[in-house]
Design a protein around this ligand. Structure first.
Ligand code: DGY
Length: 324
């Protein structure tokens, strides 16, 4: 039996056989994440940790372990992990980019179409027996084809969303930390300031990691710039939007609607006023949740974990500067 011990913070949608040949594997079998105190004790005895975005991997936890050789996160986002603390201890942090790009872009598109054409409301209307006849002005929504789409953050997922928007003949604006002329030519996107993007877009979609700089980047001021007919979509991280400001914008009609897969906090409290709004579509952080994608994410996280245990360079490493 191997000398390595690993802890996996939830059941994964893949086979653990390859990993089990290599390490003693303990899986947290419960539906809820392990409490912080449990995690704190576990890291003291393991060589590898495979974690999820629901696990808080902070400095205290990282420094509590003398044995930890690798942290492997099954997600592309890693705002739950103190990367600086891991880097200080020379612990590589793995993540799972690329494999979830299409699933997330597909879901973003689903949210966009669903909110534009009021599909959830229409379904509810039908189920509750309100459909009496065909009416010229029943459940009118916004046309997607030919509309202006504003993409906030043109990374992998933002680009995949832009690619889908091309098929709908949309005018595509984007804002990002830099203008990419090559992308402008290939994707037909136009780099603009955030202010202009908010003012001119019919649909605004967020695709950026959560950082200290963009926490609550969408607040009253930003909603006030948007068209009253605009729809906001967020499949990135809840913390990018101030939830109180979103409630004000949706309830007062500052913007027409929103469709969000991520909230702050997660899960959204059941008494959140946002849940009372008809012009909000909300889903439980499932944008990457296609069977194929989640299996690939789990396999990638396992590969990163094994590489870290072996002392090899991780294929997808957040803090690859530790290797220099
Ligand atoms: C991620 O990977 O960061 C997504 O939010 C969950 O799939």
């Amino acid at each position: 039996m191997s000398e390595f011990k690993v802890f996996i913070t939830r059941r994964l949608p893949t086979d653990l056989e390859q990993l089990q040949q290599f390490a003693n594997v303990e899986v947290w079998e419960q539906r809820q994440p392990p409490p912080y105190e449990v995690l704190l004790e576990k890291v003291k005895e393991v060589d590898g940790l495979l974690c999820l975005l629901t696990d808080k991997i902070d400095k205290q936890l990282i420094e509590a372990s003398d044995s930890l050789k690798v942290i492997s996160q099954m997600a592309v986002g890693y705002d739950n992990i103190d990367i600086a603390a891991a880097t200080e201890r020379m612990i590589p942090v793995g993540y799972t980019p690329d494999v979830l790009t299409d699933a997330t872009a597909d879901f973003t598109w689903g949210l966009l179409m669903t909110s534009a054409r009021r599909i959830v409301e229409a379904s509810q209307f039908t189920r509750t027996g309100k459909w009496q006849t065909w009416e010229p002005d029943l459940l009118l929504g916004s046309q997607v084809t030919g509309a202006t789409l504003g993409i906030v953050g043109l990374g992998r997922i933002g680009k995949a969303v832009a690619h889908r928007a091309q098929g709908f003949d949309m005018r595509i604006l984007y804002t990002s930390n830099r203008c990419d002329v090559h992308l402008e030519n290939t994707l037909g996107v136009e780099f603009v300031s955030l202010e202009r993007l908010l003012q001119e877009s019919d649909f605004v979609t967020i695709h950026m990691p959560l950082t200290q700089n963009n926490y609550h980047m969408f607040g009253d001021e930003q909603f006030a710039l948007m068209k009253s007919s605009a729809v906001l979509i967020n499949t990135a991280r809840g913390g990018i939007i101030d939830p109180d400001a979103l409630y004000r914008a949706l309830s007062k009609g500052t913007i027409a609607g929103a469709a969000i897969d991520v909230t702050e906090p997660e899960p959204i409290p059941t008494d959140s006023p946002l849940l009372t709004l008809d012009n909000l579509i909300i889903t439980p952080h499932v944008a990457s949740a296609s069977r194929q994608t989640r299996e690939k994410m789990a396999n990638m996280a396992i590969d990163n974990l094994i590489a870290g245990l072996k002392g090899d360079r991780l294929h997808d490493c957040v803090n690859s500067d530790i290797y220099h």
